[in-house]
Design a protein around this ligand. Structure first.
Ligand SMILES: *[C@@H]1O[C@H](CO)[C@@H](O)[C@H](O)[C@H]1NC(C)=O
Ligand SMILES: *[C@@H]1O[C@H](CO)[C@@H](O)[C@H](O)[C@H]1NC(C)=O
Length: 482
């Protein structure tokens, strides 16, 4: 470390509270800032957006902001500065610790950070416990976000007065008619609709009939945008408004942990101990809510196959372990039982570890060697855990589907395999490849990290969102003057 004792103490002072928080404080309010990696494509926990090269591709403004020093960075004007004093209404379909609402809260705080006036309303059923809702509301109130009832006159007045209204997820569309009623046409021209899901049952007119008339749609990946374009046309006969693809970025807090070697080592030791693995073991982890759509079953089949390959070929490799983070027996009893039976039947229970669902993914990212992203069907909308893992210099073994294809560079920052049963053997081969080629594994991790620094950071996200908000404001203004 070669630092003076003073500097060292300073670093430690800063570091330890954060680590203690990461490790032990799983209470909802405090882990709030650590992005959840769960269920990017579902409504109860949607999300994943990040910002990256795609705007550059579309708008021809390539931003390769590598390794700008922290000082230079903080001197740069915030790209969202133009939102100062603007009134923004955020409409959430729920208030919970799931991806979609957390993402909207991130936007709320980015906007508060530049002095925008931000109002939050939650339209739908409150699925979480009172405690979670209370702590989230307080988190927002503490940062100057106003929280109104979705149905009151205040919500209507705010919608009419606002410079910008953001609807989060397709389901939030129900709020328009239900609350605004005859005022809907006045509000639509300043609505930005943020969409994070890729599933058939969102394509119902009840949710999205006003979609063609809003100022813009902001979608987490090109794949998801394409999906919405074709589905709305084919199923509903409606046209998408101007659509902006906006990839997410990693929070500053996550990057801070990812770049802190001492913190990582401590987290790693802690997790190794809790899993009962040794430092030299190789950990392949899938970090997603356990469900068939996320492909834990196929991953375990591939993992078993890779162990057989290693045995057959008598390869000299450290002992391999599979870690499934995101277990929830109460939610997916049948599927979880199936996974455990498979593990017992194949006698790999000493190599497979199940970890309960948690929002605190950083300790696991600090402890594993490879992230497996095995989402099936259309894949992830974006897959925020993928960029989070890359920040920790982990190579990614991912399905060639959805947002993963827009994040992982096949052969450079990871290896892709097909979705479905056809993907099992390719994934097994890729597991063996990364287990046997240490150099390749480490290089891919480094390349992934470089890619994150180039396009998947918070400031990239702010830049991309700023571009979209400017467009929406411009359109809303031209409309109101027309
Ligand atoms: C994991 O969750 C289950 C219930 O879903 C619970 O019974 C178990 O104690 C939890 N395990 C840990 C280590 O917290
Ligand atoms: C990924 O690269 C490998 C070779 O490195 C290739 O065999 C495979 O088809 C590629 N997959 C995709 C989806 O491009």
């Amino acid at each position: 470390m070669g630092k003076s004792p003073g500097a060292w103490t300073g670093m430690r002072k800063k570091r330890w509270p954060l680590m203690i928080l990461l490790l032990f404080s799983l209470s909802t309010a405090t882990v709030f800032f650590i992005r959840s990696a769960f269920d990017s494509c579902s409504i109860s926990s949607s999300s994943e957006a990040s910002i990256g090269r795609h705007f550059s591709e579309e708008k021809g403004t390539e931003i390769t902001d590598t390794e700008v020093s922290k000082t230079a960075q903080s001197l740069k004007p915030n790209p969202l500065d133009f939102m100062k004093s603007k009134l923004v209404l955020l409409v959430s379909h729920e208030l919970s610790l799931s991806g979609g609402p957390l993402l909207l809260m991130e936007l709320a705080f980015l906007l508060r950070g530049v002095g925008a006036e931000v109002v939050w309303i939650t339209n739908q059923k409150l699925t979480e416990s009172d405690e979670v809702i209370y702590s989230l509301e307080h988190k927002m109130l503490n940062r100057g976000v106003e929280v109104f009832s979705a149905k009151g006159q205040k919500a209507i007045d705010t919608a009419l007065k606002a410079d910008l209204v953001v609807l989060n997820t397709a389901v939030a569309g129900k709020w328009l008619d239900a609350v605004l009623k005859e005022n809907v046409p006045h509000v639509l021209p300043k609505v930005l609709w943020w969409i994070h899901e890729m599933r058939g049952h969102y394509f119902t007119l009840e949710y999205v009939k006003h979609l063609p008339f809003v100022a813009g749609a902001m979608i987490d990946s090109h794949t998801t945008a394409e999906y919405w374009k074709t589905r709305t046309q084919e199923r509903l006969g409606i046209k998408m408004p101007d659509t902006y693809v906006v990839h997410l970025g990693n929070s500053k807090e996550l990057m801070e942990v990812a770049e802190d070697h001492v913190a990582k080592r401590v987290l790693r030791e802690h997790v190794q101990e809790s899993l009962g693995v040794r430092n030299e073991d190789l950990l392949f982890a899938l970090i997603n809510s356990v469900s068939r759509g996320k492909g834990q079953d196929l991953f375990l089949h591939a993992f078993h196959e890779s162990l057989q390959l290693i045995q057959e070929k008598k390869l000299q490799v450290p002992s391999l372990h599979a870690v499934i983070v995101g277990s929830d027996m109460n939610a997916q009893m049948k599927f979880e039982t199936e996974l455990r039976n498979f593990v017992l039947e194949k006698k790999i229970h000493d190599r497979v570890h199940f970890v309960n669902k948690t929002l605190a993914v950083a300790p696991y990212l600090a402890s594993i060697d490879v992230l497996v992203q095995n989402s099936q069907a259309h894949g992830e909308c974006f897959g925020r855990i993928t960029i989070e893992a890359m920040a920790f210099q982990l190579p990614v073994l991912g399905t060639a589907a959805g947002g993963t294809m827009e994040i992982v560079v096949n052969g450079t920052t990871g290896l892709l395999h097909p979705v479905g049963k056809e993907g099992v053997t390719p994934l097994a081969n890729n597991i063996v490849k990364l287990a046997t080629h240490v150099e390749k594994r480490l290089t891919m991790g480094k390349k992934g990290y470089e890619r994150v620094k180039e396009r998947f950071l918070e400031h990239h996200m702010s830049e991309r969102i700023a571009f979209v908000l400017k467009e929406v404001l411009r359109k809303a203004n031209s409309h109101s003057h027309a």
